[in-house]
Design a protein around this ligand. Sequence first.
Ligand code: 1CP
Length: 351
Amino acid sequence: MTASPFLAAATGNQGPQLPVWFMRQAGRSLPEYRTVRADRPMLESCTDPDLVTEVTLQPVRRHGVDAAILFSDIMVPLAAAGVGVEIVAGVGPVIAEPIRTEADLARVPALDPSDVGFIDTAVRQLVAELGETPLIGFAGAPFTMASYLVEGGPSKDHARTKALMVGAPELWHALCARIAAISTVFLQVQVAAGARTVQLFDSWAGSLSVADYREFVLPHSTAVLAAITDVPRIHFGVGTGELLADMAGITDVIGVDWRVPLDEAARRVGGTKPVQGNLDPALLQAPWPVLADRVRQVIRTGAQAPGHIFNLGHGVPPQTDPDVLTRIVELVHTEGPELRAAARADGVTSS
Ligand code: 1CP
């Protein structure tokens, strides 16, 4: 047995404790983050192991969460491989020359582990500091990464990406294979340095139909996750209610956004996998008694899955009051075990 409630849940051996961490827990909601980041560009900050270590530890110290997530970005391995990318404050990733033709593919080179030596250093420092608290490594999944590369930046409808996908399928598959190889190396470096779990973010896959997801995306996400064999894997996307069964089929833990109640999500994936989620991040702004009841509701619905890692349904919004996150951690830790046990006994569901 592991001493970590997070790892116990992620490996399908949940004990009485209910683990909790938050996507995007490191970063902009914390004043101590804004102090140490100052005006340094995001991607440059991600290459400084001491800064990465400090920022990754901040939410663990402050909130007492059950896992740390490496402070980095899904664009870091692309930049390290030599792709011209910047993270523009208030915008997100911006690609200098978007990838749209066969010839453009040459500008997405392979990633060599030595390109991300700063990640190796940061993860080793973190593992030494964290003790029993596990570190989650992560990478972007091929569709979400391809969307930034093809669009040139954030996009609401992913229209160019989808047009390339269906209009030039060979180019699409070649691009996704390159990205999958990059994300695989990025994850392997983190695991070799001591990350105890990985999360593959396919944040924007929910914009696809099931048929297109299966034909154009699933094989590439499968390749990434299949290459990670030593640690539990979490797979997450936003708006992926219709894709949950396919996504769960290639991972150990399925991340769920706030649109599908966790009991229904567990049903959709066949009731065999631990789930992670799924408080609506917008509710962090609601009055505490209302929010606390929603937290309890997420715990009850999550009890219908064989394992539950409490989280938000997407990342912490930058304007979040960090004290609210600390209170949620306390509530999950103090009330979670009893609420989960009672709901499992009663078979309480969302409907
Ligand atoms: O605490 C943590 O979770 C670690 C930090 C982290 C993670 C997991 C960052 C720091 N980025 C990510 C992953 C990431 N980056 C994802 C997947 C997770 C998700 O869906 O939220 C995605 C889609 C990105 C791309 C990205 N990077 C965006 C989104 C833009 C869009 O398309 O809407 C943005 C705004 C960034 C920049 C970024 N990454 C991280 C931080 C703290 C920031 C803001 C940088 C700044 O303040 O300048």
